[in-house]
Structures are given as structure tokens and as C-alpha cells.
Design a protein around this ligand. Structure first.
Ligand SMILES: C[S@@+](CC[C@H](N)C(=O)[O-])C[C@H]1O[C@@H](n2cnc3c(N)ncnc32)[C@H](O)[C@@H]1O
Length: 273
């Protein structure tokens, strides 16, 4: 019997331990769910939820939250955190944003996906699924990194791409979700007119108690996409160059003398269903 084929999307995010990066994103996650109006009694789907950066604070605000993520280790970490914090209105389960087959139509008041669904392949399927599971009158809120933006995450991905082999033919970059015309086209094909889609520039802050180069090492050792970039760079003897470029980036973007505080701009998309 042959083994099940590897899903590279799942393997990428199960690599390392994204909870180490998520630990630097907690405060912004809490502030964001308040800003987007998550409140008591709302049924919320957090798609590509990781270990609960936005799902946990949503549940603390009294929403009924389901977190769905493709990475088994992050689902386990999320369920552990929910149990530790005594949250009975929050659970996490494995699932793929391209096909939310176990979720009925119109199940949620709000579908949230902060730097989550953007990383799934097949963006048109993802848009269709988000629209399908949001109830008419409900909404979808996405946070998407913006290609060529000068702030942290877009620059990490840009620097890393110079060290990695070109992606397979047909691969659609996650960063395309940070371009308004693509978002309109994808939700348009899922039946949502452009007038029901709005855009804001928003900011997420990465906070780390150590130095900027300490934070680079967290990415190098625990963040799947950066781990893959270092693997590729090592094969060409260029890992030192990648480390140096990332350290320069993190240091130049750091806004504090005490530890590391780095803001990053993203595109906040709100779709009225
Ligand atoms: C950058 S992390 C963000 C996690 C979380 N939203 C946060 O802000 O901490 C991206 C997440 O998307 C998840 N993801 C990637 N592709 C996915 C897919 N096809 N379906 C569901 N989740 C996916 C990853 O496993 C990972 O947890």
C-alpha cells in the first residue's frame, strides 16, 4: 500500500513550531478582534487560526468560536490553550480552507481569517468557501500581507524568495491576496459584488523580549517558510547572507531600545455577505 501523498501546504505549516512566532503577536490579536467588533453571542469561524491569536480573544469576548487550521500541531496547541484558559465556547479542528466540507452553508455570523486563508492554495475556492459558510447578513474579515510593502512580513518573504528556487508552475503567491483587485475578483466569482467589499490599511505589532537578531533566530528555527528558505540557502552556502539580510531588516524596523517591537502593515478586507 502506498502512503498518502504529502500535502505541501500542510507540511509547510506543520514544520517547526508557529506557536513561537504567534507568541509575539498576542497583543495585536486581542486589539484586532475588538476593533472588528467581535462580541458576545456571535458565531465566529477563525480560518487558518494557528494556535488562536484571534480565536482565543474572540472567545474571551463571549463569541462562540470554531478555529479551523490545516496544521495538526497548531490545532492541538489551540485546544490546549483553550482548555488551560477554561474557555468552553472555543474549539479547534483540522480543516482546509479550500474545502470546508464539514461546515454547513450560512453557519457563521463572522468568518475571520488573519494571515490564514491567504496561505491556502486555490484562492477562488477559498473565497467561495468563506462566502458559503458566512450567513447572509453576516461578514468576512481577512487580514492579508501586502506584496512589496516596506514593512516586516512582506520584506521577510521578499528577501527569502531570493534564496529559494522558483515555485512550481501554476503556484499562486499568497501575497496576491494583498492586492485589492484580486480580492474583488475572487469574491466576485463567489457572487459578492464589489460594493460589498471594503479595504483598510491596518497594523499588527510583533513584540519580542530579546534582540532583533534573537527574533530572526525564532523565525529561522520555528517558522516553516523561513526554515525552508534557510534550507535552500544552506545548499548554496548562502545561509550566512540570508541571516545577515534578515538581521539588518529586523534591526532597521525595530522601534524600541528595550527588546524588539516591529509594526507591520496589512490589508484588512471586510466583505458584507
Ligand atoms: C501566518 S499563520 C497565522 C495563524 C493565525 N491566524 C495567527 O494570526 O496567529 C498561517 C496559518 O494558516 C494556516 N493555513 C495555511 N494553509 C491553510 C489551509 N489551506 N487551510 C487552513 N489553514 C491553513 C497555517 O497552518 C497557519 O496556522
Amino acid at each position: 500500500m502506498s502512503a498518502a501523498p504529502v500535502n505541501p501546504n500542510k507540511a509547510l505549516w506543520e514544520r517547526g513550531d508557529f506557536t513561537r512566532i504567534a507568541a509575539t503577536m498576542r497583543e495585536s490579536g486581542e486589539e484586532l478582534v475588538e476593533r472588528i467588533g467581535i462580541s458576545k453571542g456571535l458565531k465566529v469561524l477563525d480560518l487558518g487560526c494557528g494556535d488562536g491569536t484571534t480565536a482565543l480573544p474572540s472567545a474571551k469576548l463571549g463569541a462562540e468560536v470554531l478555529g479551523v487550521d490545516i496544521a495538526r500541531n497548531l490545532v492541538e496547541a489551540g485546544n490546549r490553550r483553550a482548555t488551560e484558559q477554561g474557555l468552553t465556547n472555543l474549539s479547534f479542528r483540522e480543516g482546509d480552507a479550500t474545502n470546508l466540507q464539514s461546515i454547513p452553508d450560512g453557519e457563521f455570523d463572522v468568518v475571520v481569517s488573519i494571515f490564514g486563508a491567504m496561505f491556502a492554495p486555490k484562492p477562488f475556492d477559498v473565497a467561495k468557501e468563506m462566502v458559503r459558510v458566512a450567513r447572509p447578513g453576516g461578514r468576512i474579515v481577512m487580514g492579508n500581507w501586502i506584496p512589496n510593502d516596506p514593512t516586516l512580513v512582506a520584506q521577510i518573504l521578499k528577501i527569502s524568495s531570493a534564496y529559494t528556487p522558483p515555485p512550481p508552475e501554476g503556484f499562486i503567491s499568497p501575497m496576491t491576496w494583498g492586492v485589492e483587485s484580486n480580492v474583488i475578483e475572487r469574491f466576485g466569482s463567489a457572487g459578492v459584488p464589489a460594493e460589498q467589499i471594503s479595504f483598510d490599511r491596518d497594523s499588527f505589532i510583533f513584540r519580542y523580549t530579546g534582540s532583533p537578531s534573537g527574533l530572526v533566530n525564532e523565525f529561522r528555527n520555528y517558522y516553516g517558510p523561513t526554515m525552508n528558505a534557510f534550507d535552500a540557502a544552506e545548499k548554496n552556502g548562502r545561509d550566512g547572507d540570508l541571516q545577515r539580510e534578515l538581521e539588518e531588516l529586523f534591526t532597521s524596523q525595530n522601534t524600541t531600545a528595550d527588546g524588539t517591537t516591529i509594526p507591520a502593515t496589512f490589508l484588512r478586507v471586510t466583505v458584507a455577505r
